[in-house]
Design a protein around this ligand. Structure first.
Ligand SMILES: *Cc1c(COP(=O)(O)O)cnc(C)c1O
Length: 418
C-alpha cells in the first residue's frame, strides 16, 4: 500500500469532556457533595441537581469574555425552578420571561421590573395587562398586542413599556432551532415594523427598543457573530423611524452547549471581539442603547445533572439494559424526543462508580412501556448494578419543566439547587 492509499485517521467521535463535576473516591461530586450522599440528602431518586458554584462560574466566564457594559439576561424558560431563578437574578442583569407564570416567578425572585422583558407569541389580554401593571418591558409580537396595550393605556392611563420583536430577513446559521427568518410565528416581520412603530407612537406607549432572536443551540461562534452583526445593522436601519430613542437593543443569544458526540464547547473569544466592535459603533450610532444578550441553556445547562437509580439489570440476547426509576417522563430531551431529528446520546455516566473501574457497553432505559424511554443507547459505561446511580450530564436546561411528568403515572422528580 502506497502512502497515498492510506485513509486519513478517523477522529474518534466522542462527547466533549464533562469535567465540570469532580470525581472523588469513585463518586461524582455535585455541589461539593458525593453523589450517594446527595441522593440520601434528597431522599429519593430520580432528581435533578443544579450546582450553584458552576452557575456562578459560568456567569463570571461570560462577564470576562464579553465587553463590560453588555447586559446579560437569563431566559428563564431554560430552567424556571424558583430557587434557580432567584440565584440567577442575583448574578445577571435581567430576566427574560415568556408567560405571566414566568413573570410571577421572576418578580417573586426579586428581579427589577425595569430589567425584565416579556416575549412570546399569543400573549393573552390578561397577560399584557399584568405585564403593563408590573412595569416590565413587553416585546411586541403583533399589531394586535399594540391595540390591546393601547386600550389598557386609554382606559387605565397606564402606558406600557414596549420593544418590538423583529422577525429578521435572515437566519442564524447552524442553529439547533431556528426562531427567526422566513415565515415565523415569532416577532413582527421586518417589513411591517414601520407600521407597528407608527401605531406605538399613536397609542401613547413608551417605545424602548428592539429584540432580535434568530435561533438557539448554536456552537459556531462565526455564525453567532454574523447574526449579531446583521441584527445590529437591521436595528440601526429600523431606528430611523422610532418614536423614541432605543434604550434596549436585545441581540438575542443562541449560545449552545455540547450535548452529542463530536460537539465542542463554544469559543467565546470571537464573540467578545464582535460585541466590542458593535458596542463601539453603538456608542455614537445609538448612544442611549444598552446591548442585551439573552441566554438560557448556556447559563444553566452544564451546571445540572439528572440522577436516576438502577432498579434492574437485564441482559437481552447479549445486550445489557440498566433499567432505572427515571426516564423520558422527567427528561424528554435526553431521550431524544424534544426536537431531535436523529436520536443521539447525551453524555451519561454511573455517578456512584465514576472511578477507573471496569467498563462495559450498556443501554440505560426508564420504566415506561415505550421503546422511546431510552436515556443511553449502547454506551461505554462503568459496570453498574441495582442501586447504582445513573447520571445524565448537560441536564440543567429544558429538563423537568420540559417533560411530560404525568405520562404513565410514575412519581414526579425532585429538583435541588446545591
Ligand atoms: C427560548 C428562548 C431563549 C433561550 O434559548 P436558549 O437556547 O436556552 O439560550 C432566549 N430567548 C428567546 C426569545 C427564547 O424564546
Amino acid at each position: 500500500m502506497s502512502p497515498s492509499d492510506r485513509q486519513p485517521p478517523v477522529r474518534a467521535v466522542v462527547h466533549a469532556p464533562m469535567n465540570q463535576f469532580p470525581v472523588h473516591d469513585g463518586q461524582l461530586v455535585v455541589g461539593g457533595m458525593a453523589l450517594t450522599r446527595l441522593a440520601d440528602r434528597v431522599g429519593q431518586t430520580p432528581f435533578y441537581a443544579y450546582d450553584r458554584g458552576l452557575l456562578r462560574q459560568r456567569v463570571a466566564e461570560l462577564r470576562s469574555a464579553l465587553p463590560s457594559g453588555i447586559k446579560l439576561h437569563y431566559a428563564m424558560k431554560a430552567n424556571p425552578m424558583p430557587a434557580v431563578v432567584g440565584f440567577m437574578a442575583g448574578l445577571v442583569d435581567g430576566i427574560d420571561v415568556a408567560s405571566a407564570g414566568e413573570l410571577k416567578v421572576a418578580l417573586d425572585a426579586g428581579a427589577d421590573p425595569v430589567e425584565v422583558s416579556f416575549a412570546g407569541p399569543g400573549k393573552r389580554d390578561v397577560e399584557l395587562r399584568q405585564a403593563a401593571a408590573a412595569g416590565v418591558l413587553i416585546n411586541l409580537e403583533s399589531l394586535r398586542e399594540v391595540d390591546v396595550l393601547a386600550d389598557i393605556a386609554a382606559r387605565d392611563g397606564r402606558g406600557a413599556r414596549v420593544a418590538v420583536r423583529v422577525n429578521p430577513d435572515f437566519e442564524l446559521k447552524g442553529s439547533g432551532m431556528k426562531m427567526g427568518g422566513g415565515p415565523k410565528q415569532f416577532g413582527v416581520d421586518v417589513e411591517v415594523v414601520p407600521q407597528l412603530l407608527g401605531r406605538i407612537a399613536q397609542a401613547g406607549l413608551s417605545f424602548e427598543g428592539f429584540h432580535l432572536f434568530a435561533g438557539s443551540q448554536n456552537l459556531r461562534a462565526d455564525s453567532i457573530c454574523e447574526a449579531q452583526r446583521k441584527s445590529y445593522e437591521l436595528a440601526l436601519r429600523l431606528a430611523e423611524a422610532v418614536p423614541a430613542p432605543v434604550k434596549f437593543l436585545n441581540l438575542g443569544g443562541g449560545f449552545g452547549i455540547p450535548y452529542f458526540p463530536g460537539e465542542q464547547r463554544l469559543d467565546l473569544a470571537p464573540i467578545g471581539d464582535n460585541l466590542r466592535a458593535i458596542q463601539d459603533r453603538a456608542r455614537s450610532e445609538l448612544p442611549e442603547a444598552s446591548i442585551v444578550i439573552e441566554l438560557g441553556r448556556y447559563f444553566v445547562g452544564e451546571a445540572g445533572v439528572y440522577v436516576a437509580r438502577v432498579v434492574d439489570r437485564k441482559v437481552s440476547r447479549g445486550q445489557v439494559y440498566l433499567v432505572t426509576d427515571g426516564g423520558l417522563h422527567h427528561h424528554l430531551s435526553a431521550s431524544g424526543n424534544f426536537g431531535q431529528v436523529v436520536r443521539k446520546n447525551y453524555p451519561v455516566t454511573i455517578g456512584s462508580k465514576a472511578g477507573d473501574g471496569e467498563r462495559e457497553v450498556a443501554s440505560v432505559v426508564g420504566p415506561l412501556c415505550t421503546p422511546l424511554d431510552l436515556l443511553a443507547d449502547r454506551m461505554d459505561l462503568p459496570v453498574a448494578d441495582v442501586g447504582d446511580l445513573v447520571v445524565v450530564y448537560q441536564s440543567g436546561a429544558y429538563g423537568a419543566s420540559a417533560s411530560p411528568q404525568s405520562f404513565l403515572g410514575h412519581p414526579a422528580c425532585v429538583e435541588v439547587l446545591v
